[in-house]
Design a protein around this ligand. Structure first.
Ligand code: NAD
Length: 397
């Protein structure tokens, strides 16, 4: 099949297996080039197939030589339809891990469910015995509570008052004002139920009860803060309420298995999750332009290398802020970056966005998430869409 991008709204319906593999290879190369570090040896990553979770799995495996179990919810391909990008990423990751002599096993299914947690525990028992690192990097629009059976939806809305701000169509470059009504109490509670700490706590408690957490466990989930002008929609909005809940959950989970629980604050990057947040794509375009000009730009791989090597597993113990959070958004939040982005935020319009913001870079980065536009990939060549993830095909046979 010749595979081309088919973008619909915030998502690309197709993905390229060779391009996704090239993407994984680039992240592995970044990790190797930045250097190994003393870190985890047996890791579980929940949300391991794209974005920060994939980069965490790559950091653990190729930075610290860990064996890993990864959990994700991805669509396999068929003769007629491509798989989702995370499926191809995971297939490529497992192949590279095996070549490097590292163990990698995966579970594809709803990580919110009890069944997937149990399947994961069985894999950990069989292959790792216990884990010394748990990364929780799941981003999802919906969650069904495994106990009550109730399904919650996450929304991206302001809290308390309506919000309006500039938005951009990342493909056409047309800009408009987006207006979003304030969330209802039910919408706030739903977003907290999906993206807050409930499921992270359930994972941690279930793993602890099964006796598969090693002493001194490092347990980490991810958050975002960002600048003042995205606060109303992000940090003070429904997703911010969920992040507050996640951070409060870290305090409850701290000490589990005699270890530490953290919520790390990462930089804004282009992922499937961030593309759907109003206002954020325009901010990211401005941010990337300024950080590239100043030579401080980072993607998921650089971020996760720094988080692991220089924060969580720093010599002499983890480095955290006054609220106990490891911060790798420091370069994004640096004054010289934020002052310049704020200045451009005030003036950006359709005429200037291609010069003062990284409009083209954002579009290219978005397509790369799905394996399009990578160097060395022959997109005119027939590609095989029905590709197996090695550990999943072994499990099925
Ligand atoms: P992403 O969309 O790239 O990845 C989401 C992962 O969750 C994928 O592996 C997907 O398969 C998995 N997943 C989704 N639903 C699932 C389910 N029901 N069961 C099992 N797995 C499921 O997202 P991301 O942007 O990497 O976000 C990960 C975390 O990082 C989130 O907490 C997010 O808030 C945080 N974060 C993101 C940014 C950013 O700019 N993207 C910045 C800071 C923090």
């Amino acid at each position: 099949m010749i595979i081309e991008p088919k973008v619909r709204g915030f998502i690309c319906m197709t993905a390229h297996p060779d391009g996704c593999a090239a993407n994984v290879d680039e992240q592995i190369a970044t990790m190797r080039q930045r250097g190994g570090f003393a870190g985890p040896k047996r890791a579980l990553v929940v949300g391991a197939s794209t974005g920060y979770g994939l980069a965490s799995r790559i950091a653990a495996t190729f930075g610290a030589q860990a064996d890993t179990v990864g959990v994700f919810f991805e669509r396999p391909g068929s003769a007629k339809r491509t798989a989702s990008a995370g499926w191809y990423n995971s297939a490529a990751f497992e192949r590279r891990a095996a070549e490097a002599g590292r163990g990698a096993w995966s579970v594809n299914g709803d990580g919110f469910s009890t069944e997937v947690k149990e399947e994961t525990i069985a894999l950990i028992r069989e292959h790792l015995g216990s884990i010394d690192l748990l990364v929780y990097s799941l981003a999802a629009p919906r969650r069904t509570d495994p106990v009550t059976g109730e399904t919650y939806s996450s929304v991206l809305k302001p809290v308390g008052a309506p919000f309006s701000g500039p938005t951009i169509n990342p493909r056409s470059g047309s800009m408009s004002e987006v207006a979003v009504d304030a969330a209802s109490d039910e919408e706030i509670a739903g977003t907290v139920a999906v993206m807050g700490g409930d499921d992270w706590r359930l994972w941690t408690e279930t793993l602890a009860a099964a006796g598969v957490l090693a002493d001194g466990l490092v347990n980490v989930a991810y958050s975002y803060v960002g600048p003042s002008y995205t606060q109303d929609i992000y940090r003070n909005g429904t997703i911010g309420k969920a992040k507050e809940h996640l951070e409060a959950t870290a305090k409850q989970l701290d000490g589990t298995a005699g270890g530490r629980a953290y919520v790390a604050v990462n930089k804004a990057v282009v992922t499937q999750a961030s593309a759907a947040i109003p206002v954020l794509p325009l901010y990211i375009m401005l941010l990337f332009k300024v950080m590239k000009e100043q030579g401080t730009h980072e993607g998921c791989a650089e971020q996760m290398h720094r988080l692991f090597a220089e924060r969580l597993y720093a010599d002499g113990g983890a480095i955290v802020d006054e609220e106990g959070r490891p911060r790798v958004d420091d370069l994004e939040m640096a004054d010289q970056v934020q002052q310049e982005v704020a200045k451009r935020w005030e003036s950006v319009d359709e005429a200037s966005v291609r010069q003062i913001a990284d409009f083209d870079g954002y579009g290219a980065e978005f397509l790369r998430l799905f394996g399009f536009g990578l160097d060395g990939v022959d997109y005119a060549k027939e590609a095989e869409p029905d590709l197996a993830i090695p550990s999943l095909s072994e499990a099925a046979s």
